[in-house]
Design a protein around this ligand. Structure first.
Ligand SMILES: Cc1cc2nc3c(=O)[nH]c(=O)nc-3n(C[C@H](O)[C@H](O)[C@H](O)COP(=O)(O)OP(=O)(O)OC[C@H]3O[C@@H](n4cnc5c(N)ncnc54)[C@H](O)[C@@H]3O)c2cc1C
Length: 486
């Protein structure tokens, strides 16, 4: 099949709906349900956009297996030009959703591409990983992933939780595969994706009793026994009043596995703590870091533009501290741009002829972005201030007996009330809504615990040779014997 269009994605989802629960309601058809369909439409739009004539050269690539066109997010880069094509593709998709859909389909395709390149890591299950990547690539599937165990008792090991299968583990083996039971969080986009990739985060101080939790596999989301419990939806129906939440709410969900059969050909890691705890060797952060940095760049560009326009409308952009804070946002944008380009320029060819983005500058962005985003949201609150609250409840007010009040008191310096309310509504969604708060939480945590991430990548795993060499050079440049003679 190769690269899909929006209608292909929607039809497959309609035919294979995951079992999703929103409160006490089971979502029968995600493609029409009012709280799920807006995200489905936005994802379908992404699939369609890869076929637009002026974008095809970088959105689509050739399948090495069939020669058909496939999405570029599955492209194994054989040159630095391929990395640039991947960047253009990620940027284009991020701009289509204004950076609001962190888990657009290119995120997981990026991850799976790294799994494919380094499939030997999976030892006896290496071919399963290779075959799965090809299956996803050739069918242009949309994946979610779940790593985290339910937040029940973080002070105890998996085997010491209140129930043996609170955390996802193996119940038994059969000839056909393994039976798994337990739960995982959080499958962002699970209610409207095709498949899920599962593995656990690092297992700390495991004993033999914890081996059954050291598993990785993939399954279609509509597999019998798989249930998704969604969080409260932040979707709002009015596009004018909620231009972002009405279209881009990525529904997060907990996945329950109720004695689910995972066929052997879908198993990647089986009761193997060593592999789970060294899964970083797959280097998927090189590709997901590339995607998420580019997506954050688009999102911050959008936010910077919003705040530039809002302050221009009421002439607060003449004040130096307002300019200074907007300048802080554009600083972050340029640092991301520089890191992304650096990750491509300093990429080195592997012995297999493959170019991975250099992960070091991308880690720096991941470890900063989770702190920058809350700050950018705070800046919008500081500079747009009461403007975030002084908006009429609904656009319907322009068709009411008090419309003249609104036209008079809600206008800007040079713009009409309609123009100003339209813009400020979007700023309010980012800065003070439930949808906006979820985005702050997402940016803080989507890649894992921000503290452990920074420790692992910027300290424990950081190449300390350059800073230490400088200190050694300085210390070697003087001694007790030449004190006061320099
Ligand atoms: C909006 C959103 C979307 C997400 N989407 C996905 C997704 O699609 N797929 C997915 O797999 N995950 C997803 N996640 C989950 C995300 O990966 C986790 O939130 C993140 O890894 C942190 O884990 P946690 O939430 O369980 O927090 P916890 O691990 O419970 O941490 C809570 C607090 O306790 C501290 N803490 C916990 N353990 C320790 C310890 N051993 N030592 C010291 N301090 C500790 C932490 O530092 C933190 O301050 C998403 C999260 C959010 C918020």
């Amino acid at each position: 099949m190769g690269a899909r269009r929006g209608t292909d994605y929607i039809q497959r989802l309609k035919d294979n709906p995951p079992e999703t629960w929103i409160g006490n309601e089971q979502v029968k058809d995600p493609t029409t349900h009012p709280l799920v369909a807006p995200a489905v439409k936005s994802i379908a739009r992404l699939y369609d956009s890869q076929w637009e004539k002026d974008k095809r050269s970088y959105m689509l690539s050739k399948s090495p297996k069939t020669g058909d066109l496939i999405g570029t997010s599955f492209l194994v880069p054989k040159s630095k030009e391929d990395l640039v094509r991947r960047r253009l593709m990620h940027k284009d998709w991020a701009e289509e959703t204004f950076g609001m859909m962190g888990r657009s389909t290119d995120f997981m395709s990026a991850m799976l591409t790294a799994w494919y390149i380094h499939a030997d890591f999976f030892g006896p299950y290496a071919d399963n990983a290779r075959n799965y990547f090809e299956y996803v690539r050739e069918n242009d599937l949309y994946l979610t992933h779940v790593l985290i165990d339910p937040q029940v008792d973080r002070g105890k090991a998996p085997s010491e939780q209140p129930d043996e299968f609170t955390y996802l583990g193996v119940v038994r083996e059969t000839d056909a595969g393994i039976i798994v039971r337990g739960a995982k969080m959080l499958a962002t986009a699970g209610p409207y994706a095709d498949e899920m990739l599962v593995w656990p985060f690092h297992l700390r101080k495991p004993t033999e009793k914890d081996y059954k939790y050291a598993i990785s596999f993939a399954l279609p989301l509509n597999t019998p026994g798989v249930r998704l419990i969604a969080r409260e939806s932040f979707v709002r129906q009015s596009v004018f009043d909620h231009p972002l939440a009405s279209r881009f709410d990525e529904l997060d969900s907990v996945v329950v596995f109720d004695d689910v059969l995972v066929p052997w050909e879908r198993v990647f890691i089986y009761q193997d703590v060593e592999r789970v705890n060294t899964i970083w060797k797959l280097n998927s952060n090189a590709f997901t870091g590339h995607q998420s940095a580019i997506r954050l760049q688009a999102k911050l560009q959008f936010l910077a533009g919003l705040v530039m326009r809002a302050t221009e409308m009421v002439n607060t952009n003449q004040f130096p501290h307002v300019q200074d804070m907007i300048g802080e946002i554009t600083t972050y944008i340029e640092l991301i741009r520089a890191a992304v380009h650096s990750s491509e320029a300093t990429s080195e060819q592997s012995p297999d002829g493959i170019y991975l983005p250099n992960v070091t500058p991308l880690y720096a962005i991941r470890n900063s972005g989770n702190r920058w985003y809350p700050r950018v949201r705070e800046i919008i609150q500081f500079v747009v201030a009461g403007g975030l609250m002084y908006q009429p409840a609904s656009v319907d007010v322009f068709n009411s007996p008090i419309a003249s009040d609104v036209r008079k008191y809600y206008r800007g310096a040079e713009v009409t009330a309609e123009e100003k309310v339209k813009l400020f509504k979007a700023a309010a969604e980012i800065a003070v809504s439930d949808f906006g708060s979820r985005h702050e939480l997402y940016e803080r945590f989507y890649a894992g615990d921000p503290m452990f991430l920074r420790i692992q990548t910027q300290y424990s795993g950081y190449d300390k040779r350059e800073p230490l060499a400088l200190v050694d050079k300085m210390l070697a440049s003087y001694g007790i014997e030449n004190n006061s003679k320099l």
